[in-house]
Design a protein around this ligand. Structure first.
Ligand SMILES: Cc1ncc(COP(=O)(O)O)c(C=O)c1O
Length: 397
């Protein structure tokens, strides 16, 4: 008997990185030799002092529920980190902790939009796929704004002006950006605020989980722009910065939304993992050298992969400003191997060359005139990057 599930569930989107990863793992189990560029997580281990803090917390019996908003010393540590790094004061009371940054995407949409009444949410395309799936799931209207290669994948202000209106309740920005590595600069965030300040009902969710991974130039947070501070939900996470993806600790800060966000945590997970919250304090307040070394190695790998990809005929790769992704244009490469589109090309790379990547269809709708792109995560060794490039070159030759 087939039991029915809700339409909302039937239509629920996903993060295709996990779907492709399953496919890659199945091939690996069958003995395939694959260089994997799919996974958006550091290939480093969590630093030792962070692990020790969790072990000590467990031994000290810190294993029960905590306040939904998070333990006070962690909220204090996050407020300190946000205040120093974003240059404006954050109080511990404005901070909420959850199981990763991801839950805050849904919580924020739930806090600022109502179901089925036409509230619109602007979000980046290409972009992290969970934005769109959560907007649909919570009954708001998804309005993608397009990030284009010619604009270095930064938000186009004229397009924002065209798309924002009185029904818009939330603008999601993500910088440094997954999947393109694009970074918003000070003039970008200022220009965005100039437009949205005319809309008093509009909130901003600023997904800054890659903020410590900026390779060139300055990072600019929209939360630091005075007119945007009150209505920005600043979101960050331990996942990428400290190689802690599986620890599931993320946080968001906004003075007005902290209490409702914490109520959503009470309604879903109750609280973030108790010992892991102690690990997060150690990460934020302890030595930062390991993290610095990890970032330096990402910049080196970025240079290696960009050079390698640009050395292959049919591929053009811009150097991304941040995160650990490259988003090369493979329009000509698709033509060379008779692949219909980037997804066909991705499959060719996986099955013929043993190279696993994601394609642009995993990050949103196709943009007219943008050509085909694929995403590499270069959170992998230099040896893997060299081998991957060698295989792709051979496949295209
Ligand atoms: C842009 C973006 N936002 C949010 C997340 C979720 O991060 P977390 O592991 O903290 O839930 C990811 C993870 O890949 C991401 O790329």
């Amino acid at each position: 008997m087939e039991l029915n599930v809700s339409n909302r569930t039937k239509n629920l989107g996903t993060e295709n990185a996990f779907v492709v990863l399953k496919e890659v793992n199945m091939l690996l189990e069958k003995g395939a030799d694959i260089v994997n560029f799919c996974i958006g997580q550091p290939d480093f281990d969590t630093p030792e002092h962070i692990k020790q803090a969790a072990i000590e917390a467990i031994n000290a019996g810190k294993t029960g529920y905590t306040e939904s908003a998070g333990i006070p010393p962690l909220r204090e540590a996050v407020a300190g980190y946000f205040s120093t790094s974003r240059g404006i004061p954050f109080s511990p009371e404005s901070v909420v902790v959850a199981n990763g940054a991801k839950p805050f995407i849904g919580y924020t949409i739930l806090c600022v939009t109502d179901f089925g009444v036409g509230h619109e949410v602007l979000y980046p395309n290409p972009g992290f796929p969970i934005y769109e799936s959560q907007i649909y799931a919570h009954g708001a209207v998804p309005v993608p704004y397009m990030l284009r290669e010619r604009n270095e994948y930064r938000l186009d202000i004229e397009e924002l002006e065209r798309k924002v209106n009185d029904q818009t309740r939330l603008l999601i920005v993500n910088s440094p950006h997954n999947p393109t590595g694009g970074v918003l600069r000070k003039n970008d965030v200022d220009a965005i605020v100039e437009v949205i300040k005319r809309y008093p009902d509009l909130w901003i969710l600023s997904d800054e989980i890659y903020s410590r991974m900026v390779h060139d130039g300055e990072f600019a947070s929209i939360a630091s722009v005075p007119e945007a501070q009150e209505r920005t939900i600043l979101m960050d996470s331990m996942s990428k910065t400290y190689a802690m993806t599986g620890w599931r600790i993320g946080f968001a800060a906004n003075e007005h939304l902290a209490a409702p966000l914490a109520r959503w945590v009470t309604n879903t997970d109750s609280c973030a993992g108790h010992p892991n919250q102690y690990a997060a304090i150690a990460a934020l307040t302890g030595p930062q050298e390991t993290m610095g070394q990890m970032m330096a190695s990402f910049t080196k790998r970025r240079d290696l992969i960009v050079k390698g990809l640009n050395g292959i005929e049919g591929i053009q790769c811009k150097a991304p400003g941040g995160a650990f992704y490259v988003w090369p244009n493979v329009t000509e490469a698709c033509r060379r191997v008779n692949a219909k589109d980037s997804e066909g090309f991705r499959k060719r790379l996986l099955h013929d060359a043993g190279v696993a990547v994601l394609s642009d269809i995993h990050f949103g709708q196709k943009i007219e005139g943008e050509g085909a792109h694929i995403r590499f995560s270069y959170a992998t060794s230099e040896a893997n990057i060299r081998e991957g490039i060698r295989r792709i070159r051979k496949c295209l030759a």
